[in-house]
Ligand binder design. Structure first.
Ligand SMILES: NC(=O)c1ccc[n+]([C@@H]2O[C@H](COP(=O)([O-])OP(=O)(O)OC[C@H]3O[C@@H](n4cnc5c(N)ncnc54)[C@H](OP(=O)(O)O)[C@@H]3O)[C@@H](O)[C@H]2O)c1
Length: 259
């Protein structure tokens, strides 16, 4: 019997590499995102890695109930076993708060928080049935209120709060929940503007030397999900920042005030 992993935001970056790493482990895949052409490319790569699995792609926006319900219907109709759901879709709204608007914050929450919640509500019963795994994509920004990144940080704090509570609620159904908190990982995220549009010619605001490659980061994420770990913080710099936030927050204050 095939076991399926559903990944939102599977058309690029972390989601696309998660698909490939789960293909290596013989999981079949349900891949969701808005850019269908990129999803097709990810599908081909996954089938090249493992031709025995099934890969289905869905043009789906996590802000729309009907898009996710379409996938839910597909799972019911074909009596699929959904073992893992990875609520990964997201982007980052940047800028000083005084230059941003309420709508910028609403848009950020629409995808990063309500898109993730929608994914939870629509697929949770499948996970209860399979006693499966739910993975929620946080960030080291789930811990750090960074200047010029407040909408993103607020959204990821919310994801962490949800993950901490839901871990225990879902435990009683035999469902394991993992919060994934990456630092800087190679992907398209830093080239996506505040409206969610990808611009490949934009300048990456992060220094190259600090960015971790997606393949090794997603291999660690897979391991944590399959082990049912409550949380994983990925990248050395990410671990360090969270350590400082927990134990030496004043040092972070100094760091931010010098920037
Ligand atoms: N890379 C990092 O440094 C980093 C660090 C911490 C956390 N994260 C988190 O990791 C997750 C994945 O991001 P990434 O870094 O891999 O960036 P990415 O390459 O830009 O990937 C983002 C994915 O989310 C999808 N997406 C965005 N809005 C969506 C929507 N409304 N509906 C459906 N899919 C949507 C995009 O697909 P379409 O545009 O095709 O819909 C894309 O597949 C995000 O939650 C991000 O916050 C990333």
């Amino acid at each position: 019997m095939k076991e399926y992993v559903l990944i939102t935001g599977a058309s690029s970056g972390i989601g696309a590499h998660l698909a490939m790493t789960f293909a290596e482990s013989s999981y079949s895949l349900l891949l969701l995102a808005r850019r269908e052409n990129l999803l097709q490319e990810v599908k081909e790569k996954c089938l090249k890695i493992n031709s025995k699995i099934s890969v289905e792609t869905f043009c789906a926006d996590v802000r729309k109930d009907e898009d996710l319900k379409k996938v839910d219907n597909f799972i019911h109709k074909n009596d699929l076993t959904l073992k893992i759901v990875i609520a990964n879709a997201g982007f980052g709204v940047m800028g000083k708060a005084e230059k941003l608007t309420l709508d910028d914050y609403k848009n950020q929450f629409d995808t990063n928080v309500f898109g993730l919640l929608r994914t939870f509500y629509i697929f949770k019963d499948h996970l209860k049935k399979s006693k499966g795994h739910l993975a929620l994509m946080g960030s080291i920004s789930s811990y750090l209120g960074t200047p010029t990144l407040t909408p993103y940080c607020m959204s990821k704090f919310a994801v962490r709060a949800f993950a901490e509570g839901i871990f225990f609620e879902m435990k009683s159904f035999g469902v394991k929940c993992t919060l994934i908190c990456p630092g800087l990982v190679e992907s398209q995220i830093r080239f996506v503007n505040n409206k969610g549009q990808y611009n490949p010619t934009a300048k990456d605001p992060a220094p190259k030397w600090i960015i971790v490659d997606t393949k090794s980061a997603t291999a660690k994420m897979k391991k944590a999900i399959l082990k049912g770990k409550k949380e994983i913080i990925i990248t050395g710099h990410g671990k360090l920042m969270v350590f400082f936030q927990r134990h030496f927050p004043k040092l972070l204050d100094i760091f931010y005030s010098l920037r």
